[in-house]
Design a binder for this molecule. Structure first.
Ligand SMILES: N[C@@H](CCC(=O)N[C@@H](CS)C(=O)NCC(=O)O)C(=O)O
Length: 233
């Protein structure tokens, strides 16, 4: 037994990355359904009050990239990082790019899409400009064969799969544009990723919880409208 506990919520794209990583690494863990919170007790585990959080047994970790690295360092049996340093660094370059210039951008539009709120025209314009740059960069950097760095799925595949999924939903809803199509060349990769048992399990929970989340928030977004990355099921 590892004693690992993952605190997360099935709607959370970042939580789903870590959950999928634990499944891909075939590590036993407990999934404790937990919402993000600013309560002092929760911030003792996750200083920004964000999920996911990994209870490692020797302390609580937050920030998905740190959690993924910890899991690979501590449990190297099924590695999710590439053995060669250049590929490993390139993969981290792309992960950072997606985190900052795709996910953190579209997250600013969650209120109007998923939370029953509104987005300002200024926010929509600034996010659009950064998405233009990021999709061009990803188009330049990504050449799946069949996974993003070779024959086995790695951190980068999980990180991009779940973050591009949410980004695609937002960009289609707000801009009627498909960033997946703009990046290009991802169809086979999406199909291969979708077929992973880890993906099937994580997405099944995602869909159920997402429907409830959207209904609870009176969201404008309809979940079955735009499931672009999963259209190869
Ligand atoms: N950089 C963080 C991002 C995590 C994140 O944004 N989590 C969302 C759920 S997907 C959250 O906790 N949101 C609540 C908040 O920001 O207060 C990571 O890598 O884990």
């Amino acid at each position: 037994m590892t004693g690992l506990r993952l605190l997360g919520y099935p709607v959370s794209n970042y939580g789903n990355i870590v959950r999928a990583a634990l499944l891909e690494k075939q590590l036993p863990f407990e999934f404790v359904v937990t919402r993000a919170s600013q309560e002092p007790d929760f911030r003792r585990m996750s200083p920004l009050g964000k999920i996911p959080v990994l209870d490692t047994g020797e302390g609580y970790l937050s920030e998905t990239v740190a959690i993924l690295d910890y899991l690979d360092d501590e449990y190297p049996g099924v590695p999710l990082r590439h053995p060669d340093s250049f590929s490993r660094a390139r993969s981290r370059q792309i992960i950072n790019l997606v985190q900052l210039y795709v996910e953190a951008q579209v997250r600013q539009l969650f209120p109007g899409a998923f939370m029953g709120g509104n987005n300002t025209a200024a926010t929509e314009a600034s996010v659009r400009a950064m998405l233009d740059r990021a999709t061009a960069a990803l188009s330049q950097l990504l050449t799946p064969f069949p996974f993003l760095f070779g024959e086995r799925p790695g951190q980068i595949d999980l990180f991009l799969f779940y973050n591009l999924d949410i980004a695609e939903r937002v960009s289609r809803f707000v801009y009627q544009r498909s960033i997946i199509d703009e990046i290009g060349g991802l169809d086979e990769w999406l199909a291969v990723m979708h077929d992973r048992p880890s993906t099937q399990l994580v997405l099944a929970d995602f869909y159920t919880s997402f429907q409830t989340y959207l209904a609870d928030h009176g969201a404008a977004y309809r979940p079955d409208e735009l499931p672009r990355p999963h259209s190869h099921a």
